[in-house]
Structure formats: structure tokens, C-alpha cells
Design a protein around this ligand. Structure first.
Ligand code: HEM
Ligand code: SF4
Ligand code: SF4
Length: 604
């Protein structure tokens, strides 16, 4: 194909205008991200994991496909097609200036290959268009003209390439050029910015689930104003593609609370657009609601689901820290909880003498260094009647197995609710006091019935010292399941606690133990997609919920399986479902912790 000088000049001018249009917005976004505060504890290590996540999540589009197979596959073809078309596009512009480089045998074969990909991209983008404009799942939000226009542009890009390939001629060439040059400046002005920055976001993620970064220095209170927004938070905010996957799985959003995790990411973006990253304006205000930030159960579904690497929990917990550490959060329940933690060392506000009485009644030995395990009671196991039953059952199982254990003379709350609600001072006090008590008692191994205690001790305490290894009782019992008697006969629906499943990846162990009672079935949403009970993130202590109750929504799903037993593996889930099951069913299934299931067969 021959191009005259005026054509070349026109092409060069159009390319420069498109590049300018792209940079006008992209340059601003980049400047905002770069001007944000550095992430104190960020490290590229382990680099191999980052490379693997990049290959898996970006190149192979595994997460995009896994969680929404059909639209995910349609998107993957669009993405792979764009990768294939990279070389074609370079050659396309080079041709315009008289320097084609794909005019050899390789080029011819590559163009045929690209043509087939062009067909797949056309099918993929048409599918995404139909989904957005005709199927209209509510998670995608309002109808978006911008999305429709981009879809048509991508389709035009493909059809003009295929037309040019089949029939040749300058008309197709120029039509393809116009579509390309119209597309380029639109990218940074729309959510399609994700196609440039989401690969970087995935690569630069924090590397561990629900990572809460340490506060640096006396002036760091969490995410209070724009000055506290870090580069990673800013990068993530600009990556959101508004797919609504986080909203679809969020227990708060599903029960008509104000909180929508998508709006947390978009709220930070709105703030950055308006105020920039060095602003003194509070983050909680017109762009992000304080009430929403405190409706989060920290279940982690949003972070687990997000296909472009957005980590919601460091943001949400960061915002809570900003509000609590600076005294901007005023909540009677919250104040009562923090006082109870400070004064009594437990979240339920009881005197520690109550725990002593329970230990004596159960004849639990005090840990003296001769026993194998320190049995961690936790607030629920030490003070809550149902939690105490679970502890007693688990002690029966340990005794049956001949495992020696003792309990700490003085044990305080791990600080989980303070940590998730953003009270760093109270959390630090509790973590340090407990770490010291464990050190004094020379504890080598801990076992706990509570996934929240397990997470907090194994991960969150690291900011203040090294705790002995801890495991969840499901993991302990699963190891010895062959030595435990079976009862069989029951149909047990197992509810995956968020902090055991998504946070810890223990899915099989509790099921192995629950199977001691009979057949184990999954509710509609299970394992990685398990729906929260509503208690996490300190919410168990914050009084009445607005909207529907998360626990009722989940209890309905559990009861709908027709199981005779609900198997739980967290004392918080247990306390939530106790009333919820009775409220949603006339003949509710029996609610049992897996330790109670195991102990029932022993005691028979
Ligand atoms: C050249 C690269 C890419 C192109 C051309 C592209 C194009 C698109 C288009 C056209 C949409 C539809 C938007 C709408 O309907 O409003 C979309 C959505 C989406 N993109 Fe991309 N994208 C690219 C890269 C990526 C990457 C690297 C990821 C993830 C790592 C990603 C994740 C998503 C997700 C999750 C959606 C929402 C659709 C869904 O929920 O299935 N994209 N993209
Ligand atoms: S952690 Fe759970 S409750 Fe909180 S925003 Fe995410 S999905 Fe919603
Ligand atoms: S935060 Fe992630 S999951 Fe949620 S809408 Fe944005 S891209 Fe989708």
C-alpha cells in the first residue's frame, strides 16, 4: 500500500493528537499516583510469586474467568486479541509511513493468525455488549453509554482489520486508523484505564490477603486525609473497572447497607481527582461515608473477588484507623467495647474472675510448660455460654486423644475487634500483654476454637513480637480424625467461616471433622464464596444492623439445604446463627460446632 506525503502528514498529526489526548489525562493520573505517600512496608519480594500472579491473573486471565466463566472468557478473548494485535498495530502505523515490516512469510502467517483472533475478539466484545445492555446484571450498575461506545469501537477495530485483510484497500486501512486513534485518548478518560494500569496493579499488590500495613511514626494514624493515601492505594483506586464483582459478594451490600466495596475504590478515586494525594481534607466525607466504612464485616469477599488486584481491606481498615485513632468515630457501642477491652481484657465486658470460675469448674489445668498445647480460650470460649460449651467439647476430644493441654492463667482478648475497628492503641496493649504472658509460660504451641483468634495471633501480632505457632481446632482434629469415633446418620451443612476459609485456606479440615456425624453438604455459597455470618470486623459488638440481617440471609441458605445439622467452626458464627436459624425456620436444624460433633460420638 502506497501513502502520499499529505497522507503521511495527516497520519502523523492525527497520531500526535491522539497521543496528546491520551497523555493529557494519563499524565495527571500518573502524577497523582506518584505524588502519593510511599508504602512503608512494600517489597518486591518474593518476586517469583509476583511473576506467577501476573502470568496467572493477567496473561491467563484466570481470576477474570474463574469467578464469572462466560463473561470472563469473552473478556479473555478481547484481552488476548489485544495482545496479538500489538504487533499488527505497530506494523499498521509503520505501513502508513512506508516501512511495513510484516511483509514476509512470518508476517503473512501472523496476519492470518491475527485474523482468527479478530473474529474471537468480535464475538467476545459482542457478548460483553449484549450482557451489559440487554442481560444487565444489577452488579454492573447504571447503563453506561461510554461502555457501549468503547465496545462499538473495539468491534469496528476488528471488523476493519478483517475487512482490510480479506479485501485490501485504503478505505479499511483508514477506517482502522481512525478507530485506533479515537480509542487511544478514550482509554485514560474512562474505566478502560484498567487496560493500561491493572497489569501493574496486579503485579504490585501487597502480596498477602487483607494485609494491614504497620503505622509508621507517631504521626501516622491510618487513612485520615489525602496525605495518608499511599501509592498502592492510589494505583488501585484508578484500576477499578466497575465490574461489581466485589458488590455481588459483599454481605453488607447484599443486605441493603450503605456499604458497597466498589464505591470505596471509586470514592478514593473521586477524592484523588478532586483533592489530589497531598490534601488535608478528611477522606471520610463526600466521597466515602464513615457509616459505610464501619458496616464492613472484614469478610474479605471483595478483596478475594477483585480481578484487577484491588485490596479493599487495607483501605477499609485504614479508614477506620484514621477515624478511630483521631477520635472522629463516635459510637456508643464502640466506646463500650474499647473500654471493656482496656479494663477487663475481654470484649464481652466480664470480670476476669468469671473466666477463672469457668476454668475451675471444667478442671482445666493451668499451662505450666509440661503440656503439649496451650488451649486458647478466647473471649467467646472464656465467657460466652455457647463458646464455653464448644471449649468443653474440644477439651473432651483432646483428652480422648491423650493430648496434654493447659490454659493460660491470665489471657486477654487477642485484640481482633480492636484491630479490625482501627483502634491501634488498644490492639497494641492487648497483643503485647498476651505475648508476654505466653513467653512467661513458655508456651510452644497454641490451639484455638476461634478463627479470629488464630488469624490475629498468627498474623496481626507480628507487628509487636513473635507468637508461638497456633492452629485452629479443625486442623488439629482433622489430623487425628481416624482416632475419633463416628456417629453417622446426619446430614450436616457446613458453613465456612470467613477467617478460616478465605483468610486461612482451611476448607477440607473442618469438613473432615463434620463428616464424623454423617454426610456433609455445601450451602449455595460455600468455600471461597462463603457468605459471612455478619459478626466479623468487630460488628458482633456494635449493636443492631440496618437493613436485613446478614445472619438471617445466611441462615436461610443453610436451612434451605434441608440438613438436620448446621456445622460451624467459629464461636462468632455460632452466636450469630443461634438466633438467626430460629428466626428463619419453624423447624431449624441443630447448630453444632465441629468440636461438639466430635465430642458427641465420644460421649455416647
Ligand atoms: C488490552 C487489554 C484489555 C482490554 C482491551 C480490555 C477491555 C475490556 C472491556 C471492553 C471491558 C468491558 C467494559 C464494560 O462492559 O464496561 C472490560 C471489562 C473488564 N476488564 Fe478488561 N481489558 C483489558 C485488560 C484487562 C486486564 C489485564 C484485566 C485484569 C487483570 C481486566 C479485567 C477486566 C474486568 C474484570 C472487566 C469487567 C468485566 C467482568 O466482570 O467480567 N481487563 N475490559
Ligand atoms: S470485607 Fe466483606 S463486608 Fe467488607 S466490604 Fe468487603 S465484601 Fe463487604
Ligand atoms: S473494586 Fe474490583 S471487583 Fe470491585 S468493581 Fe472495582 S474492579 Fe470490580
Amino acid at each position: 500500500m502506497f501513502f502520499s506525503l499529505p497522507e503521511k502528514i495527516l497520519l502523523a498529526a492525527a497520531m500526535a493528537a491522539a497521543a496528546y489526548g491520551f497523555w493529557m489525562r494519563f499524565g495527571k493520573v500518573l502524577a497523582r499516583i506518584r505524588a502519593a505517600k510511599p508504602d512503608a512496608d512494600f517489597s518486591l519480594d518474593p518476586i517469583a510469586k509476583r511473576v506467577w500472579d501476573f502470568i496467572w491473573e493477567v496473561m491467563l486471565q484466570a481470576k477474570v474467568i474463574r469467578e464469572r466463566p462466560l463473561p470472563g472468557l469473552a473478556h479473555a478473548f478481547v484481552f488476548w486479541g489485544f495482545c496479538v494485535f500489538g504487533l499488527i498495530t505497530l506494523n499498521h502505523f509503520a505501513t502508513g509511513f512506508g516501512w511495513p515490516f510484516l511483509n514476509n512469510w512470518f508476517g503473512e502467517a501472523y496476519e492470518v493468525f491475527a485474523e482468527y483472533f479478530g473474529i474471537l475478539v468480535s464475538i467476545g466484545i459482542t457478548g460483553l455488549f449484549i450482557r451489559r445492555f440487554f442481560v444487565r446484571p444489577k452488579w454492573l450498575g447504571e447503563l453506561s453509554i461510554e461502555s457501549g461506545f468503547i465496545a462499538l469501537l473495539i468491534l469496528t477495530l476488528m471488523l476493519t482489520y478483517i475487512g482490510g485483510f480479506l479485501f485490501g484497500g485504503k478505505i479499511y486501512w483508514w477506517a482502522h486508523t481512525i478507530a485506533l486513534l479515537a480509542f487511544l485518548p478514550l482509554i485514560p478518560h474512562t474505566k478502560h484505564l484498567h487496560l493500561v494500569i491493572s497489569p501493574v496493579t496486579v503485579f504490585l499488590s501487597r502480596g498477602s490477603f487483607s494485609h494491614i500495613p504497620p503505622l509508621v511514626g507517631d504521626e501516622d494514624f491510618g487513612l485520615d486525609t489525602g496525605k495518608d493515601l499511599t501509592k498502592i492505594v492510589a494505583l488501585q483506586a484508578y484500576s477499578c473497572v466497575e465490574c461489581g464483582r466485589c458488590s455481588e459478594h459483599c454481605p453488607a451490600f447484599n443486605t441493603h447497607k450503605i456499604l458497597d466495596p466498589k464505591k470505596i475504590a471509586l470514592g478514593v478515586r473521586g477524592y484523588l481527582n478532586e483533592n489530589g494525594p497531598r490534601s488535608d481534607q478528611p477522606l471520610l466525607g463526600p466521597f466515602i461515608s464513615q457509616e459505610a466504612a464501619f458496616q464492613c464485616t472484614t469478610c474479605g469477599s471483595c478483596e478475594y473477588q477483585c480481578p484487577v488486584g484491588i485490596e479493599h481491606l487495607p483501605i477499609i481498615i485504614g479508614l477506620r484507623r484514621g477515624a478511630v485513632n483521631t477520635g472522629k468515630w463516635e459510637d456508643d457501642y464502640g466506646t463500650k467495647l474499647f473500654l471493656a477491652l482496656e479494663r477487663n481484657g475481654n470484649a464481652l465486658g466480664f470480670s476476669s474472675a468469671e473466666r477463672d470460675k469457668f476454668i475451675q469448674k471444667q478442671e482445666f489445668p493451668i499451662f505450666d510448660g509440661t503440656q503439649e498445647y496451650c488451649l486458647w480460650l478466647g473471649c467467646m470460649g472464656g465467657y460466652d455460654p455457647q463458646g464455653r460449651e464448644i471449649i468443653a467439647s474440644f477439651a473432651t476430644v483432646m483428652k480422648h486423644l491423650g493430648t496434654t493441654f493447659g490454659v493460660l492463667k491470665k489471657e486477654r482478648c487477642t485484640g481482633d475487634p480492636a484491630r479490625r475497628l482501627g483502634n491501634d492503641l488498644v490492639f497494641q496493649q492487648l497483643a503485647e500483654q498476651n505475648l508476654e504472658a505466653l513467653k512467661q509460660a513458655k508456651v510452644a504451641k497454641i490451639v484455638s476454637i476461634c478463627p479470629h483468634c488464630v488469624r490475629t495471633i498468627s498474623t496481626d501480632w507480628k507487628d509487636y513480637g513473635e507468637a508461638p505457632p497456633i492452629e485452629h481446632h479443625s486442623e488439629f482434629m482433622a489430623r487425628y480424625v481416624d482416632k475419633l469415633p463416628r456417629q453417622n446418620g446426619a446430614k450436616v451443612v457446613f458453613h465456612d467461616p470467613c477467617y478460616l476459609g478465605r483468610y486461612r485456606g482451611s476448607y477440607e479440615q473442618p469438613r473432615t471433622v463434620a463428616a464424623l456425624a454423617g454426610e456433609v453438604v455445601d450451602p449455595a455459597r460455600a468455600r471461597e464464596r462463603s457468605f459471612c455470618c455478619g459478626a466479623g470486623g468487630g460488628l458482633a459488638f456494635l449493636g443492631e444492623e440496618k437493613g436485613d440481617r446478614v445472619s438471617h440471609t445466611r441462615a436461610k441458605e443453610l436451612a434451605a439445604t434441608g440438613a438436620s445439622v448446621v456445622g460451624a467452626a467459629c464461636p462468632f458464627c455460632n452466636t450469630m446463627f443461634r438466633d438467626a436459624l430460629a428466626a428463619v425456620s419453624d423447624a431449624p436444624p441443630k447448630l453444632l460446632d465441629i468440636a461438639q460433633i466430635a465430642a458427641a460420638a465420644i460421649q455416647k
